[in-house]
Design a protein around this ligand. Structure first.
Ligand code: ATP
Length: 608
């Protein structure tokens, strides 16, 4: 989105932002219609409000010598005391009705604002979850959080407290200006002379208000990024004594945000005061010219009074317009940040004709794959290999050779730029993402536990699982015994703030999770890294049970694990340079064999 240049532009931008949210707005059609009825009645009642005063002055106090055509003439036959009583009563009735309409209007506006923004937040959350890893690799989580929580809140608050009331006061303005023209067109025209001056001042200040508001929002996003990174790495920061470095960068963002905030407020205050003065100028002109007309007998004094009341009230929306301009500019900047995210399309998504995948047998084929995370830096140029169903294959090689990326491509976390990945001879892009990923179990280096008991943690992501199946999976994962020894067994609450498990225990929970899914494809990315000998043995036992009967890809640096695989693929710079069974690779006496002997300390067989 380009940069808006004026407050008008801000409103235009705000409307554009709102257009993005029209599906959510449409769901509130009935409430919007109800609030419009309340708003219109409030406007009509506001227009009626000054009339009892005129009636009292004209008919009870005889300030004027009303013309015979005056419709107020019909009240002249009433007793003054009756007339006073009636006008007092009518004033109370008008104000009470107006207050009731205002009450319903306020409630309706608040409901619309809150419901719509809550739905948009939900949509944004789902959208962020759906965006591909290539987006999340570059995005900064602190900024995303500010957009999802702070920007949405700002938009909601401004929509409820400024934009919708402004819509109401604009209708009041239209109504009152129309009545002013009916009362006396010359005076009405005179009072409108200041309107162009008002626009000129908004054009001048509006641009600066919007750019300051936009910068402030960006600073707040940057501040959140610094804060979230510092909180996430507090251990490292304290250990390396980096507190003052992070404090400095946070403080500088904080100060810059403050100065932009003050600037926005100062500019908005200047605009407000300018409109105050312009309103006073209009009022002075009307009083002066109105008095001249009244002296000449061409205007009743009470009409002048009525006119002045309308002018004061009618111009309030223009003052509000100035008052809210800073907040609306800020909300527009926030809205643009939300729309920017919503306009991001996932790189990886279901093809239009994607189908549910059938149950896989487990044959894998990577065919002429070309892929790179960054343009010009390919991880694979032309990678091809096939794995038969049910095979246990170890992917080994130097760090950065492209082992883990193979798993990401199979999961379609990224799509290759060229070539195809086939499962059971079918391109994986034929299937929906959920039906593909639903048939792949993954055990990574680290396992995240979620708030919930052991049952829930194991059943995560799997549907219709019984407790018996969960226990069976835990047994297979070699986790049943330690789970039973937890304070409440399978009902022990795990998660960040609850019982913490050791790394090895977490890994066995992850294996149980994978077992419960009962998927035909199993991906293991260094699942035993960082474990001591005993834990590693237990995890390995669980993994062996899990892999039985499934096509398994194991990424590992530990060649003792590779040694038990059916087949080993040795990768170097994105190419398979050696492949075959462990024994055949040892016999080849190539790179794999060298690495294996240097890791295990076994002696190389000597050539006779
Ligand atoms: P390791 O054994 O260290 O885990 P690996 O063999 O699994 O390494 P990959 O993680 O597949 O290697 O990475 C292959 C190449 O892609 C590396 O050069 C790496 O720097 C790069 N890479 C990996 N992930 C990303 C990413 N998200 N964005 C950009 N480049 C990446």
């Amino acid at each position: 989105m380009g940069r808006p240049k004026t407050v008008n532009d801000s409103f235009f931008r705000f409307r554009q932002v709102m257009r993005h949210f029209s599906p959510e707005l449409r769901k509130e059609k009935a409430l919007i219609a109800g609030s419009m009825v309340a708003l219109l009645s409030s406007v009509v009642l506001r227009i009626l409000e000054p009339w009892p005063l005129k009636l009292v002055l004209d008919q009870a106090l005889h300030w004027n010598n009303p013309k015979k055509t005056d419709f107020l003439e019909r009240f002249s036959s009433l007793e003054p005391s009756t007339l006073l009583g009636l006008t007092a009563l009518s004033l109370v009735v008008i104000v009470a009705l107006r207050a009731t309409s205002d009450y319903y209007k306020t409630i309706a506006f608040a409901l619309i604002g809150n419901r719509v923004m809550t739905r948009i937040r939900g949509r944004l959350y789902r959208h962020l979850q759906a965006l591909s890893l290539s987006f999340h690799d570059k995005a900064r989580s602190g900024d995303l959080l500010v957009r999802m929580i702070g920007d949405i809140k700002l938009m909601r608050d401004v929509a409820v407290s400024a934009l919708l009331p402004l819509l109401g006061s604009t209708l009041v303005l239209v109504g009152m200006v129309s009545v002013m023209f009916l009362l006396n067109w010359q005076l009405a025209l005179l009072s409108m002379l200041v309107v162009p001056l008002f626009w000129l001042s908004t054009i001048k200040l509006g641009r600066r208000i919007h750019s300051a508001a936009r910068k402030q929002r960006q600073r707040e996003g940057a501040m959140a990024v610094t804060a979230s990174e510092a909180i996430a790495s507090v251990k490292v920061i304290q250990a390396l004594s980096l507190e003052s470095h992070f404090d400095k960068s946070f403080s500088s963002e904080n100060k810059r945000s403050l100065s932009e905030g003050v600037k926005t407020r100062r500019l908005a205050a200047r605009l407000e005061r300018t409109t105050d003065i312009l309103t006073a100028v209009a009022m002075a002109g009307v009083l002066w010219y109105g008095a001249v007309l009244a002296i000449k007998g061409e205007l009743e004094a009470t009409s002048l009074l009525l006119f002045a009341t309308y002018l004061k009230r009618g111009f309030r929306p223009i003052q509000n317009f100035a008052k809210y301009s800073g907040r609306i500019a800020k909300a527009t900047a926030a809205g643009e940040r939300i729309v920017e995210l919503l306009e991001e399309t996932p790189d990886v998504q279901d093809a239009p004709d994607a189908q549910e995948a059938p149950t896989f047998q487990g044959k894998l084929q990577f065919s002429e794959i070309r892929f790179g995370y960054e343009p010009g830096r390919p991880v694979y140029e032309n990678l091809s290999f096939t794995i038969e169903p049910g095979r246990f294959v170890a992917l080994v090689g130097d760090s950065g050779a492209g082992k883990s990326t193979l798993l990401s491509l199979l999961l379609r976390l990224y799509d290759s730029q060229q070539g195809t990945i086939l499962v059971d001879d079918q391109d994986i892009r034929r299937w929906t993402l959920s039906s593909l990923r639903g048939q792949i179990s993954v055990v990574l280096q680290d396992t995240i536990l979620f708030a919930g008991d052991v049952y829930e943690n194991i059943a995560l992501g799997a549907t219709d699982v019984t407790q018996a199946q969960i226990i069976e999976a835990a047994k297979l994962a070699n986790a049943h015994h330690f789970i039973e020894s937890l304070p409440q067994g399978y009902q022990t609450i795990l998660g960040e703030r609850a019982v913490n498990l050791s790394h090895g225990q977490r890994q066995r929970i992850a294996i149980a999770r994978a077992a419960v899914r009962n998927a035909p494809l199993l991906l293991l990315d260094e699942p035993t890294v960082g474990l001591d000998e005993k834990n590693e043995r237990e995890v390995r036992l669980g993994l062996r049970n899990l892999a039985a009967g499934r096509t398994t890809l194991l990424v590992t640096h530990d060649l003792r694990q590779a040694a038990v695989a059916d087949e080993v693929l040795y990768l170097e710079n994105g190419r398979i340079c050696e492949s075959g069974s462990h024994q055949s690779l040892i016999d080849q006496a190539g790179r794999y064999a060298d690495l294996y002997f240097s890791q295990t300390g076994e002696r190389k067989p000597t050539l006779r």
